[in-house]
Design a protein around this ligand. Structure first.
Ligand code: COA
Length: 257
């Protein structure tokens, strides 16, 4: 049914696998559009009680937005892209059914942001998390500047955002970015085990837990500032240099212009 997603339903638990393993499951327009359609179906399909989002293969959950689609965008186009991403991730965050990220490798850029939009995260022991957008002359713009601060605190978030460094699963556990770290083969079983407990409870109470916990962070102002700041990056020479350097497999030379 979907070009970029695999789905399966087992006893009410719906597993969604982002399936572009040759591009480390990078989020291109097709993935974003299909995920958007799927989230609407998840909300309305009574057979689906809970959701797991994971990536195909054993190397990556999602290695970020598809960098080849960023090159050449104007500033307003950058803002539009970010708005689409933010709205999709709000849809995941506000899903009335529990959504868990099963992070099976690299969760970088938009991948880390997608994992953070899920209600909680479980990681395999090879997982790596980071927001490397500064290497491209960019910033996270699918809510990453906001949710990273919410989940791990401002100081740790500032360091990760500004260095672009990645952290491994054990540090992610220490930071509270993930709830559990397990061997790869145990990742989906662990997610299913927790979701089995959740879906045995009253569904309306579960939805209200989600809505109430989300309301703890209800200000949208930071997300708007993130959108504008992302758009501004597209007017810089450094953003063109950063994205070209990645695609040409070389180190970027930034000029501050
Ligand atoms: N967008 C588009 N393509 C991507 C991608 C992304 N975010 N991340 C990886 N890919 C592609 C690579 O270009 C490569 O494609 P190719 O085989 O056609 O050349 C393929 O996926 C495999 O990636 P590669 O870089 O060769 O794997 P690696 O093991 O050497 O490195 C990473 C893995 C994750 C460290 C590296 O791919 C990376 O840094 N990715 C970008 C992360 C990022 O900046 N994300 C934020 C984007 S806003």
């Amino acid at each position: 049914m979907y070009k970029t997603l695999l789905t399966s339903l087992d006893h009410g638990i719906f597993t969604v696998t982002i399936n572009r393993p040759d591009k480390l499951n990078a989020l291109n327009k097709d993935v974003m559009q299909e995920l958007n359609e799927l989230m609407s179906e998840i909300e309305t399909n009574p057979e689906i009680k809970a959701v797991i989002i994971t990536g195909a293969g054993k190397k990556a959950f999602i290695a970020g937005a598809d960098i080849s689609e960023l090159l050449g965008l104007s500033s307003p186009e950058g803002v539009n892209l970010a708005r689409t991403g933010q709205n999709l991730f709000f849809k995941i965050e506000n899903c009335s059914k529990p959504v868990v990220a099963a992070v099976n490798g690299f969760a970088l850029g938009g991948g880390c942001e997608l994992a953070m939009a899920c209600h909680f995260r479980i990681a395999s022991d090879n997982a790596k998390f980071g927001q490397p957008e500064v290497n491209l002359g960019l910033i996270p713009a699918y809510g990453g500047t906001q949710r990273l601060v919410q989940l791990i605190g401002k100081g740790r978030a500032m360091e990760l955002l500004m260095t672009g460094n990645s952290i491994d699963a054990s540090i992610a556990l220490e930071y509270g970015l993930v709830n559990h770290v397990v061997p790869m083969d145990d990742l989906l079983p662990k997610a299913k085990m927790i979701l089995d407990i959740i879906i045995s409870k009253a569904p309306l109470a579960i939805s209200r837990c989600i809505a109430a916990a989300n309301a703890a962070f209800e200000s949208r102002n930071g997300y708007n500032i993130e959108l504008e700041a992302f758009g501004e990056c597209f007017d810089t020479e450094d953003m063109k240099e950063g994205t070209n350097a990645f695609l040409e497999k070389r180190k970027a030379k930034f000029k501050g212009k």
